[in-house]
Design a protein around this ligand. Structure first.
Ligand SMILES: [Fe+2]
Length: 340
């Protein structure tokens, strides 16, 4: 397969049906009671459950430590937890994220702090609203930058330390026409690989580079990152096959994955996108619809991939803000970069 023909881009998934029924768009009605909470799993296949909607939390007050621990247990199991109508504001969003890890990733303010609408270093403005209230349009570097978010990825795999959790919270009304985030189960996808493929992948090391995914999605605007952009985010190496918090093995993959150590760029991209395609088959993927302000999704970047819908010129305001919890585990900083 030519690297130019690899399936990197995807159609918007609204309206909500596809001819192949390819995306799991609705959560089935079977809820269970787990750890004192109402848990509705999204995907349940042979290997492990993936994704769950959680009800029964009182978000109007600080979350007790005991409940935080229970939620982390559920997070390890399901990898993506969805909470509806939390009513959280910026401060409580950040406070909850800080209960989940020692450090939060600081927003690098790619477009300059003076252009940041929220101005809060612990929150990333990943919506489409300019500071003057208009929506982001083609021609803005931010528009081009956002295209990379529509590729399958894990957050901040290029960052030292990498991201453990992302907590994305919606404010206001969802974008008109539907607003979705899509998730892929990298644990289930790994388990489904044939043994000879698992053996081939076991010891591979991958270089992750933010500017690689930006260039894939927007080759003209990001032909070369700007000097300050490159200095802000140099590449990092990670093992491809890792043990997830659930205890299952998983593929640590993202559109940021640029090169497999010891392989040519072309061979690396072919294998990386073959694996991303494998992970994003219908049986491993579900799509979460943003229904109202206050909806929040919390995912584990170490055992899932996700992507956004790309912006369109006609879409209405989409106000979503992300808190990112730094990984504090043994692979937080990746592995030493072998000589290439
Ligand atoms: Fe993301």
């Amino acid at each position: 397969m030519s690297i130019h023909n690899l399936p990197r881009t995807y159609q918007n998934t609204w309206p909500i049906t596809t001819s192949e029924g390819k995306l799991r768009l609705k959560i089935p009605a079977s809820s269970i009671s787990e750890r004192g909470l109402k848990v509705t799993p999204v995907l349940v296949n042979g290997h492990s459950p993936f994704g769950a909607e959680i009800e029964g939390i009182d978000w109007s007050r600080p979350i007790p430590e005991g409940l935080v621990n229970e939620l982390v247990q559920l997070q390890d199991k399901y990898a993506v937890l969805i909470f509806r109508n939390t009513g959280l504001d910026n401060a409580r969003h950040i406070a909850f994220a800080q209960q989940l890890g020692k450090d939060l990733e600081v927003n690098p303010f790619f477009f300059g702090r003076e252009n940041d609408r929220i101005g809060e270093p612990f929150l990333w403005d990943v919506g489409n609203i300019n500071r003057d209230g208009t929506t982001v349009q083609p021609g803005q570097r931010r528009w081009e930058h956002s295209k990379g978010n529509a590729l399958w990825h894990t957050d901040s795999s290029f960052h030292k330390p990498r991201a453990k959790y992302s907590l994305l919270l919606s404010h206001g009304n969802p974008a008109k026409g539907g607003s979705w985030t899509h998730f892929a189960d990298t644990r289930g996808a790994y388990a489904a690989l044939p043994q000879d493929k698992k053996d081939e992948l076991e010891s591979l090391i991958v270089e992750h580079d933010l500017w690689h995914s930006r260039k894939l999605a927007s080759p003209k605007a990001f032909k070369e990152p700007l000097c300050h952009e490159r200095n802000l985010v140099p590449p990092v190496c990670h093992k491809l096959v890792q043990t997830a918090p659930s205890g299952n093995k998983t593929l640590y993959l993202a559109a940021h994955a640029k090169r497999i150590i010891g392989k040519s760029f072309e061979d690396s991209q072919e294998l990386i996108w073959e694996l991303i395609s494998h992970c994003t088959q219908s049986q491993f993927v579900f799509s979460m619809e943003w229904l109202q302000g206050g909806d929040m999704v919390w995912w584990d970047n170490r055992q899932s991939m996700h992507r956004a819908n790309p912006y369109t010129e006609s879409m209405t305001a989409r106000d979503v803000r992300r808190a990112t919890v730094n990984d504090d585990g043994p692979f937080a900083l990746g592995v030493p970069t072998p000589s290439m």
